[in-house]
Design a binder for this molecule. Structure first.
Ligand code: AMP
Length: 309
């Protein structure tokens, strides 16, 4: 699919919206996946960032109502090409696909979801214990570019066999001795009788930018990136509120390093204070019993929608 097929502007010319004042504002374009496992977390991130748009059954383009931005829904694999060609200013795709395409498109931000590894695996009863032991063997993969480059860079000679799917069954069919595939939990490898022997790379969803637009549209891109970053930072933290006798403050504050120092608010009940602090989401499980033991009561844990430190 080309930009012309889509009726879109190509490099250097964006679609233009007109403000009521008559001043033209260039609308940016963000390419996002229209299918697959990155769709839901990507749309959730964009909505959480405050972009107002309708998905309309994933039609090709959604107009963001409150920002001069259009969202272009394309195949995850095509995002890199659209951004590289300048059809889109920005795009969200998997880091593994960047590695596969061997592109130097700049990563504006790593997004923390879609985490997976490009892992090598062999049949459970095979003798290999590490990737170097694949020298001289056949490796089946749907990621031939990244796989070939990884082995070449390390001087490990392998025969890369490119398959577009069902890579896990290649050893059983006698097509290959090992596979290289994307893995998140590793359960699929196990159910196919395979044993991982090492990772080629780690991947997560990333936002990439067209190099020229990162300069020309620096302010607008920075605003969007700041909001995405604020959502991601908020998700990693919780807002904790509690009441406590004032003479327990030192003990509680020691447990609450927070973003800066915790806020301490006097309560109407003499000798009592409220303490508010920002803590790591991962710490909440350990922290609450310790806060309780240190004299806190009425402990509330609230989500943080956005956080700009
Ligand atoms: P999909 O469109 O569902 O095939 O997956 C697109 C992207 O999701 C991949 O390019 C990866 O960046 C990411 N991903 C995350 N976990 C996995 C996984 N276990 N298997 C395949 N892709 C994954």
């Amino acid at each position: 699919m080309t930009a012309a097929d889509l009726g879109l502007a190509t490099a250097g010319r964006g679609t233009v919206a007109h403000r009521p004042t008559g001043a033209a504002v260039r609308r940016m374009t963000l390419a996002v996946p229209n299918k697959g496992r990155l769709v839901e977390p990507t749309l959730a991130l964009l909505h959480d960032a405050g972009l107002i748009f309708e998905e309309r059954d994933r039609s090709l383009i959604s107009r963001v109502e409150n920002v001069a931005l259009d969202i272009l829904f394309v195949r995850t694999n095509d995002v890199i090409e659209f951004v590289g060609d300048g059809v889109a200013d920005l795009g969200i795709t998997g880091g593994d696909l960047l590695a596969e395409a061997d592109t130097d498109l700049p990563i504006v931000r790593s997004l923390g979801y879609g985490r997976c590894r490009l892992a090598a695996a062999v049949p459970r009863d095979a003798p290999q214990r590490e990737i170097a032991q694949l020298a001289g063997l056949r490796v089946a993969t749907a990621h031939p570019g990244a796989t070939r480059r990884w082995f070449e860079a390390r001087g490990i000679p392998v025969t890369v066999i490119t398959l577009s799917g069902a890579v896990e069954v290649a050893p059983r069919l006698g097509l290959a001795d090992a596979i290289v595939d994307l893995v998140s939990s590793g359960v699929t490898l196990g159910t196919n009788g395979l044993r991982p022997i090492g990772d080629l790379l780690a991947s997560e969803a990333v936002m990439v930018g067209n190099p020229a637009r990162l300069v020309d549209e620096a302010d607008a891109i920075d605003r969007l990136d700041t909001m995405l970053g604020a959502v991601l930072a908020g998700r990693r933290r919780k807002y904790v509120m509690m009441n406590a006798p004032v003479d327990h403050l030192a003990d509680l504050a020691a447990l609450l390093p927070g973003l800066e120092s915790p806020s301490v608010i006097p309560l109407a009940h003499a000798g009592m204070i409220a303490i508010h602090a920002v803590v790591g989401s991962d710490d909440v499980w350990d922290l609450l019993p310790r806060l309780k033991a240190a004299g806190a009561s009425g402990i509330l844990v609230l989500p943080i929608e956005k956080l700009i430190a």
